[in-house]
Design a protein around this ligand. Sequence first.
Ligand code: AMP
Length: 191
Amino acid sequence: MNLLVLGPQGAGKGTQAKRIAADYDLPHISTGDRFRAEIASGTEFGQRVQGILAAGELVPDELTIGKLREWIHAEGQDGFVLDGFPRNLAQAEALDTMLRELGKELDAILFFDLPDDVATQRMLKRAQEENRADDTPDVIARRLEIYHAETEPIVEHYRATGKLVPLHADRSIEEVYTEIQQALQRFEDAA
Ligand code: AMP
C-alpha cells in the first residue's frame, strides 16, 4: 500500500503514520523526522537545513525532492507511508512523476483536518514535551501560515483523484485510527 498523510502540524499525522507503518508493515518516510535526524548527526545536509527548520521555513524543493527520491527508491518499493511530503504543488507534481516512473500510484491520501487554534495548542504542548526548536509561538504561527498558503492547496490536487480520505483530527488518537483502518479496508476491498 502506498499511503500519504496530509494535514497541518499538530494534527496527529506523525503518530497515526507510525502506527499504520507498524500495523501494515510499511516504511514510515517522514521528511521532518529525517531532516531532524540529519541535523542531530551533523551531516552536511543537516548543517545546510538546520537554520531553515529552526525558522519554520520550507527546505528548498530541489533538496527535498532529491532526498525523497532517494528514500522512495531505497525503501518504498513494496509500499510506504509518506508523511510531511508533499508540502506544495511542485512537490506534489514531482511525487506524481516519481511514482509514475516507478509504475506505482498512491492508494489513499489521509487528510487530517484540524482548526488552527487546536493545532497551535497541540504544538505548544509538544514543545514542552519534545523541546523542538521549531515549536516556539512565532515559528508555529509561521509554519501554519506556510501550511495554509502552500500545502493546503494540494488537498484539491488529491481530492481530484477520488482517493482522499478526510478525517476530523480533533478527536482521540483511537477514534481517528479506527476510522483510518475502516477507510483502508474499503480501499483494500475495492482493489
Ligand atoms: P515536520 O516535522 O513535518 O513539521 O517538518 C519539520 C520541518 O522540516 C518543516 O517545518 C520544514 O522546515 C522541513 N520540512 C519537512 N518536510 C518538508 C518538505 N516536504 N519540504 C520542505 N521542507 C520540509
